[in-house]
Design a protein around this ligand. Structure first.
Ligand SMILES: [Zn+2]
Ligand SMILES: [Zn+2]
Length: 449
């Protein structure tokens, strides 16, 4: 629904409508009243609506829907929407839910924030069946808060340790990492819709109870209207189950491309994925409407059950993840108890490394080496890089011990004698006349590679 209002606002600005004393008021950012709005349509359901001012500064679009299920081209060979395009087409809040991965989450997060829109982080997992079979059930996972975001990262990573054609999320993993995560039952490929499609209501209800136990109020049922055979019957069952178990139902579109007109191009992409030509019989999505929908389109599609759109807004309001960008977040490295500080441990590693590298060689007693050793040590201590060196030492060492190829060193790091001593690099910088200052010096503010 579009409304007209007289006060010109900056295009793209967000406003919302508050209902006070039975009438509607248009409010700015801090609930400052802008003007009264008359609505003929009083039965809107929610008390707060997002309004975005259009280009002309006069008309505004009422946001009735948060887009919680959508694929970008990081759903490889399957999704087609590029992140900037997705962000441009987002009205208010939107989730990125690529298949089995979160490759695009940061790009999406930054672009959404820049556009003044609300990013929701997530992915559409491949989930094992109720019996633990790896049969590719879909499941939407969204981050409610920072903890949820961290758990999503754990789930995507661990799912690659359960790889069978696809990375799998297991029930065990959900039990371990469910905190801060919102779950939605996904498309017809989800465990619950699938069971209902097969006429197995018992299995569907069992799955609902499993999800409810784990996620409580953060478990949602999901319906879509793509016009697939049997879909509407499943939707009605889902709505009924929602009532029975007190679970909110959300409406989504399984968007895989930006606009309606992109359907044909998407079909070509699917042909490329399945190695077919358009002339041959080939795989396509059953039904229609796999583009990004506007509030208006969604309202038309779900006019009989508008509460499933309200629920998307409610869900979106629950999700608040703040990522601290531009900070260096080094992993914590637990040093052996015998050492008081990372610097102590680092010094020990370097001294030991020096002995090992130069045992029986003249360098062992060469004052040039001793001087360089002490100089680098002082510099690393002054700049507080000990932990950083230990971390790099740890993973390079692991790689070498486990037959993972490691180069002799790259870039300016090759100029460090200490890096050579502890095995991060494999060439003696003094022998090759390489400068330590190119790698680290007090004037260089950025972190070394
Ligand atoms: Zn799906
Ligand atoms: Zn999907």
């Amino acid at each position: 629904m579009r409304i007209k209002f007289k006060t010109p606002q900056e295009p793209g600005a967000y406003l919302h409508i508050c209902r006070a004393d039975g009438s509607w008021t248009l409010c700015g950012d801090k609930d400052t009243e802008i003007e009264k709005v008359s609505f003929n349509d009083a039965g809107l359901g929610l008390d707060r609506y997002r309004v975005i001012v259009q280009e002309d500064g006069q008309s505004a679009l009422v946001i009735r829907f948060a887009d919680l299920h959508r694929h970008s081209d990081y759903s490889l060979m399957d999704g087609m929407t590029k992140v900037p395009e997705m962000v441009k087409r987002t009205e208010y809040a939107g989730a990125l839910t690529d298949h089995g991965n979160m490759y695009g989450f940061l790009e999406h997060y930054k672009a959404m924030r820049k556009a003044g829109k609300k990013p929701i982080l997530g992915f559409e997992a491949y989930q094992e069946s109720l019996k633990g079979e790896l049969e590719g059930n879909h499941l939407i996972l969204l981050a409610k808060n920072f903890k949820g975001y961290q758990n999503l990262l754990k789930l995507t990573s661990e799912s690659f340790d359960h790889f069978y054609r696809k990375p799998y999320v297991t029930w065990e993993m959900l039990k371990k990492h469910h905190e801060g995560i919102i779950v939605s039952s996904a498309c017809l490929g989800g465990i619950i819709p699938r069971a209902l499609m097969n006429g197995n209501t018992e299995a569907a209800e069992y799955a609902i109870k499993q999800f409810q136990t784990l996620f409580g109020e953060d478990f949602y049922l999901e319906i879509q209207r793509h016009g697939i055979k049997g879909e509407e019957q499943v939707n009605q069952q889902i709505l009924a189950l929602g009532k029975k178990y007190g679970i909110q139902v959300i409406a989504t579109t399984d968007s895989h491309y930006p606009a309606k007109e992109d359907k044909a191009a998407h079909e070509v992409l699917l042909c490329a994925q399945t190695k077919k030509t358009m002339a041959e019989p080939h795989f396509t999505f059953e039904g229609t409407g796999y583009h990004m929908h506007t509030s208006e389109e969604m309202e038309a599609l779900f006019s009989d059950i508008p509460e499933v759109l309200d629920n998307t807004l409610r869900l979106a309001e629950k999700c608040n993840v703040e990522l601290k960008l531009g900070e260096v977040n080094l992993p914590y490295y637990e040093i052996p108890k015998a050492y008081a500080t990372p610097m102590d441990y680092f010094r020990h590693l370097c001294e030991e490394g020096f002995q090992n590298r130069f045992a029986g060689k003249p360098q062992l007693t060469d004052p040039v080496y001793k001087e360089r050793f002490d100089y680098e040590m002082a510099m690393i201590e002054q700049m507080g890089f000990a932990s950083y060196f230990i971390i790099v030492w740890d993973f390079i060492n692991f790689a070498r011990k486990n037959n993972v190829y490691v180069g002799p060193g790259r870039g300016s790091a090759a100029g460090s004698l200490l890096a050579y001593c502890i095995g991060i690099t494999d060439m003696d910088p003094i022998r090759f006349n390489l400068l330590f200052e190119r790698f680290l010096n007090p004037e260089r503010v950025s972190w070394p590679d």
